[in-house]
Ligand binder design. Structure first.
Ligand code: FMN
Length: 222
């Protein structure tokens, strides 16, 4: 039997729950398994941004609704039914969860979106909840950690925490969409950021049009 080596996806309470959905869809579409941690605060942003009340006891149905929703409010074409079999869910307060130990065979962790509180907690090694604990474990095990921070403007404290994360080996990836890839919908901007997260993890995808050295090429493509 093939041994399961999941990516841990940590969703914290910054604005940007569509980024998390796009990364999760991208990982599952690439055939990756996922262990999911949804912070307590992120339930507020998810409720605000999608109308979904995320419940631990009903995570499968709530996640299905989340992944089926595009950032423009329209249904996404992603087929969630089978893909959810590759997801394992851990409650944010469960500090005995599998990924809280370095011996758990995770590939690495993607924190999407990352709040400044999560950035601070991971930079300082607080491990105050499962998301922060898994991020600290990922760093100590020298596995890839991608932190898609979403805040603007940034204060000096957060900037220092971001430098600390970079020095500890994480990829600090501001959720900062670019416009050169020919975006015409909100989902295109979301997919650009999600695609850059997957790039940092080395996971193949077709979420955005890559720059090929030709000015204006995205405008000419349909
Ligand atoms: C609607 C809403 C939007 C928020 N957006 C952000 C944000 O974009 N960036 C951020 O750092 N915090 C944001 N916050 C604040 C965080 O949710 C808060 O700092 C929380 O403590 C983060 O906890 P967590 O890292 O455990 O998820 C937002 C809160 C709410 C209710």
């Amino acid at each position: 039997m093939k041994s399961r080596r999941p990516w841990v996806v940590g969703v914290s309470g910054a604005s940007g729950t569509p980024y998390a959905a796009a990364v999760l869809r991208g990982l599952l579409a690439a055939g990756e398994s996922v262990d999911l941690v949804v912070s307590r605060a992120s339930r507020l942003t998810l409720l605000d941004e999608t109308g979904i009340s995320f419940r631990d006891a009903h995570w499968r149905e709530d996640l299905a609704a989340w992944l089926a929703r595009g950032a423009d409010g329209k249904p996404d074409t992603f087929d969630v039914a089978d893909a959810l079999d590759d997801v394992r869910y851990w409650a944010a307060g469960d500090l005995a969860a599998g990924p809280s130990s370095g011996s758990y065979p995770a590939k690495g962790m993607l924190v999407v979106p990352a709040s400044t509180a999560a950035v601070a907690g991971v930079a300082l090694g607080l491990s105050k909840d499962l998301l922060q604990r898994v991020a600290s474990v990922t760093l100590k095990e020298r596995r890839p950690l991608v932190v898609a921070v979403r805040e603007t403007p940034l204060n000096g404290q957060t900037l220092k925490h971001m430098v600390a994360l970079d020095e500890a080996g994480a990829v600090v990836l501001p959720a900062s969409p670019a416009f050169y890839a020919g975006a015409t919908h909100i989902q295109d901007l979301v997919d650009f950021v999600a695609g850059r997260v997957l790039d940092a993890a080395g996971v193949p995808h077709r979420l955005y049009r890559r720059w090929e050295g030709e000015l204006g090429a995205a405008l000419q493509a349909d």
